[in-house]
Design a protein around this ligand. Sequence first.
Ligand code: GZL
Length: 335
Amino acid sequence: MKKVLGVVACAAVATSMVMGANAEDLIKVGFAQVGHESDWRTASTKSAQEVFSEENGYDLQFVDCDNDSAAQLEAVRGFIEQDVDYIIIDPIVATGWDTVLTECEDAGIPVVVIDRTIDDSDKYVSWVGSNFLTEGKACGEWLKEYAAAKGMDEVNVLVIEGTNGSSAQIGRTDGFKEVADAEGWTILDSQDGDFTQAGGQEVMESYCKSYEGQFNVVICQNDNEAFGAMDAMKAAGVSYGPEGDVVLVSFDGNKPAMESLLAGDLTAVFECNPLAAPTVEAVLQQLQAGETPEKETYMVEGWFANEDVVSSITIDGEEQPVTQMTDEVLANRAY
Ligand code: GZL
């Protein structure tokens, strides 16, 4: 590929993490991060910056792509221009990747995908992340058991989705819908809250007007949307939580959400582990050693509830525990 000097006009500017000498001895890694939209993202970025530090032997070129797919593609092309050793991508959306991944391949730069998936190209060495379809199914299977235990004769659901087109939104939506359809539940509406607190509040404000008195379950596809939904429901006089009129659940499980679960605002949380960077680093070390890493590595994550009404759920034939949130469980959380 011809390399031209030029400024890569990018919404986000690569931030070199190298302060000391001997920069040429460091492994140069370009990381195109989704953005800074959520607590989950903050934890993911912090983990990556700790792992790919200069003292660990890395020169991290970090780009926050601000949830802008065009900026993310430009960031990756910028890494090619800089001739980094490896490129890490957390893809904002799952498609539109084959062209730029071909450019990475032509430049001889291995790509590792972290967290979300790329669904229209396999021109990357390895992916490390979560099974979003399983997370969605876990939410559905838990609600099935919870509704039965609580004698809920109707389940009328509102969903606040994550960034549309992201694999997290696709998987969680499809997984939950599979159970909802099998159970005959009514999904009254399902709109994009963009994984942000403001987005969750805006969608929930609209829902409180359009579906007043019609819903008894709200599924938020991340913690921050759930915090926004709480503000909207409070303002509309809608009660939520185990003692309220509405079952409110979220995905992710960062500390603020687990505190909310313990306090009885959230009824259940379906964990999505943001700490994939150490596993990605192990992949890079394998590549450095000339070894072939696994194509896919899944993060370990669990399911949590405020009460011990449902002690386990079965997902695709496998029984999995549901952990009741307590002070002790909260104190032992890594993030
Ligand atoms: C999922 C991750 C999602 C989180 C959100 O792995 O990509 O993006 O669920 C984050 O909090 O914004």
